[in-house]
Write a protein that binds this ligand. Sequence first.
Ligand code: SAM
Length: 233
Amino acid sequence: MNETQLSKRLELAASFVQPGARLADIGSDHAYLPCYLAQKEIVHFAIAGEVVIGPFTSAKKQIQSSNLTDKVEARLGDGLAVIGTSDQIDTITICGMGGDLIARILDAGKEELKLEGVTRLILQPNNAEAKLRRWLIENEYAIIEEKIIEENDKIYEIVVAEPSSVTETYSKEDYLFGKRLRQEKNEIFKKKWQSELEKIAYILQSLDQSQRDVSSKKKEVEHMRETIEEEIS
Ligand code: SAM
């Protein structure tokens, strides 16, 4: 992967960035995503935000070696704190982190008014997708698109959200499986949840061998198994 050849996962996330967007890529590591979009002239201004010095330095070097210093800026800081009002950011990408962390970054950013003027969030959580979806719906976003892909034996979900004055009704299952993903229910979706069922079978086996009282935990896990079985049957 480099700034001209993204991973399938990041390429899919990049495909949701609209031409002319002013982008902040948070947790940008090598700044591949913003550099790719700037090189393709899809964006003319982007921030590559990083909280850790090592990845921040890598991002800076990448931007320099790609001759994109006039279009992409690496900034060191926590979450959306790297965004200033004058940047007029309208699109945020946050990829490759846990859904819980992404939700926390968005929550802190909302408190600091960093989401004002942002019209699109493109998020790729590595886990805890339900938590992230819940944050979005509870904070007046509409999930306009969701994708599920497989790359190098890993399955990833991408969630695209926009501010909305209409709060869509979400069931527990919609949060867990993704409302759009469960409408499509493609083969990768089924594969992901089949693999979750295998993990659950293993957990139940371990619980059965436990000496402690695990009845409530067992009930919870069995309920999850039923929910998944119903979804993919
Ligand atoms: N976005 C890239 C991708 O998807 O390939 C890099 C993902 S990497 C696994 C996660 C990056 O997020 C790390 O470089 C980490 O330092 C950064 N990160 C974690 N928490 C962050 C935060 N609160 N603010 C900014 N960056 C953060």
